[in-house]
Design a protein around this ligand. Structure first.
Ligand code: HXC
Length: 258
């Protein structure tokens, strides 16, 4: 499919999706989020993609929702016609793992998009923030909820109330990103991580993503019960038999996603 605001490359079992509105620092508009949701849906059902990487440019992962396109909207406009339709909800429903590879600015909706991915690998140039307060509004794509769960109330309040940016070092120590790598190596490191995931049983990968995400939605005891049931269900797969046999036989497992 031809996209105008993103590019998609599928190779070596990895779908690399790159946000591509360079003139606006990859600001999110309805077309971009709709194309992104389409591309993610396509990758989710494409056997050639076993892991997805979402990235932007060196200067910006995404500098937020497109302010010029929001500026003239009224309360009635945004209530009757939500800014991005159901695109973000579609992105949140993707079953395959999505790694956000973030360089430069990830602000407002850009930070929220990165947090909606499964984990974030940041370059040492990355800057995260929820600066919507400077525009007289607040986060609108989950930032107040996800950032608070990731970094705790105090730092989240600080970010949302002052609008200040967090650099990569602070983001890593606060738990917002999983690792920080030199800017030049960002895509190599993201590809290496995606390649590791692509080697695993895709049944187990989907299960792992599902149970970790469940921890956001439920109580500890319910989550542990759910994890146990999913763990047990994997004993119905050939990949469990193969994975454990390979360990005993001191060889690499050959998973077949069955
Ligand atoms: C539209 C944007 C943009 C944005 C940057 N640009 N961010 N356009 N929406 N969010 C455009 C600029 O207007 C400029 O276009 C070009 O990109 C380059 O940006 P500069 O500002 O010249 O670059 P620089 O001086 O390096 O500053 C970078 C920056 C700054 C610090 C990231 O651009 C900035 O503060 N951007 C806005 C960040 C923000 O407030 N994000 C939250 C948005 S609200 P021209 O044509 O002048 O060259 C949001 C709500 C989400 O995300 C919830 C929705 C439901």
């Amino acid at each position: 499919m031809a996209y105008e605001t993103i590019t998609v490359d599928i190779s070596d079992d990895i779908a690399l999706i790159t946000l591509n509105r360079p003139d606006a620092l990859n600001a999110l508009n309805p077309q971009l989020l709709s194309e992104l949701a389409d591309a993610l849906d396509a990758a989710d059902t494409n056997d050639k993609a076993r892991c997805i990487i979402l990235t932007g440019s060196d200067k910006a992962f995404a500098a937020g929702a497109d302010i010029t396109e929001m500026a003239d909207k009224s309360f009635v406009d945004v209530v009757t016609n939500p800014l991005f339709g159901d695109s973000f909800e579609r992105i949140e429903r993707i079953q395959k793992p999505i790694i956000a590879a973030v360089s430069g600015y990830a602000l407002g909706g850009g930070c929220e998009l990165a947090m909606a991915c499964d984990f974030i690998i940041a370059s040492d140039t990355a800057k995260f923030g929820q600066p919507e307060i400077n525009l007289g509004v607040i986060a609108g794509l989950g930032g107040s909820q996800r950032l608070t769960r990731l970094v705790g109330k105090s730092k989240s309040m600080d970010m949302h109330l002052t609008g200040r940016f967090m650099d990569a070092t602070e983001a890593e120590s606060a738990g917002l990103v999983s690792r920080v790598v030199p800017a030049k190596k960002l895509l190599d490191e993201a590809r290496a991580a995606a390649g590791k995931i692509a080697e695993k049983s895709q049944l187990a990968v989907k299960a792992a993503k599902d149970v970790v995400n469940r921890s956001y939605e439920t109580t500890l005891s319910e989550g542990i019960r759910y994890e146990k049931a999913v763990f047990q269900s994997l004993f119905a797969t050939e990949d469990q038999t193969e994975g454990m046999a390979a360990f005993k036989e001191k060889r690499e497992a050959q998973f077949r996603d069955r």
